[in-house]
Write a protein that binds this ligand. Structure first.
Ligand code: ATP
Ligand code: MG
Length: 212
């Protein structure tokens, strides 16, 4: 690189840093975020559980609700539910660090039992509501929530109203494919994970530690 090129590059980086610094300066508010992780690519739930690890590292109390078809023994459930109460001196001393609900167990996904599935989802939402109205929860993860909402087992208006009414500093993360536009509109941060390649299509079954 010539001296001239080096100088040009340096000037460009200085300008870039000024722009970034100004943007960082402008972002001076705090709020409980609604994060939606959607799309067909792998990494939605695992990203949510990554944020959960971050939060726990900051002494934040976390609630998880998983709306799933059938229980599979996931590593994250084993790991996070194995954590005990918050230690002495912590803001949440003595409270459980993690509250974990599996709410979809037994969804039939069969048109015959639509009403049963709807009821199960609604019972599940009552548990979620308790967490959304409890300001001791700093983070609530609603894993695979997009499905019961898309299937109308849960009323999207009610779901959004309950989320909107949560404590001001409580963060909520929703995962699942095909998030309805209403969820996306309500969110502060939305990421759509794209499926570029997945080992499953090469005949490889779900691998412990990576997929479950
Ligand atoms: P993960 O839990 O690994 O972060 P995810 O939450 O993005 O994945 P889900 O739709 O909830 O994806 O599916 C969970 C399981 O399905 C995981 O075992 C994951 O590897 C697998 N999976 C995710 N995306 C795909 C895909 N595009 N094709 C096949 N299997 C997939
Ligand atoms: Mg998932």
């Amino acid at each position: 690189m010539s001296r001239d090129e080096q100088q040009k590059h340096r000037n460009k980086m200085v300008r870039k840093k000024q722009v970034v610094d100004a943007a960082i300066e402008r972002a001076d508010r705090d709020k409980g975020l609604l994060v939606v992780l959607t799309g067909n690519g792998k990494g939605k739930s695992s990203s949510a559980f990554g944020m959960m690890a971050r939060a726990l590292g900051h002494d934040m109390k976390v609630g998880v609700a998983q709306f799933i078809k059938g229980r599979s023994d996931t590593g994250e459930e084993k790991f996070f539910t194995g954590l005990g109460p918050f230690p002495a001196g912590s803001r949440h001393e003595g409270e459980p660090q993690v509250t974990w609900h599996v709410l979809g167990e037994g969804f039939t996904w069969d048109t015959q039992n639509l009403e049963a599935d709807r009821q199960k989802a609604q019972e599940g939402w009552r548990e979620v509501k308790k967490m959304l109205s409890d300001s001791s929860f700093d983070l609530v993860i609603l894993d695979e929530l997009t499905y019961p909402v898309s299937y109308k087992w849960l009323d999207v208006e009610e779901v959004l109203a309950d989320i909107a009414a949560r404590p001001a500093m409580q963060h909520v993360v929703i995962t699942g494919r095909a998030a309805l536009q209403a969820l996306i509109d309500a969110a502060d941060t939305v990421t759509e994970l794209a499926d570029k390649k997945h080992a499953f299509r090469d005949g490889i079954r779900a691998q412990k530690g990576i997929d479950l």
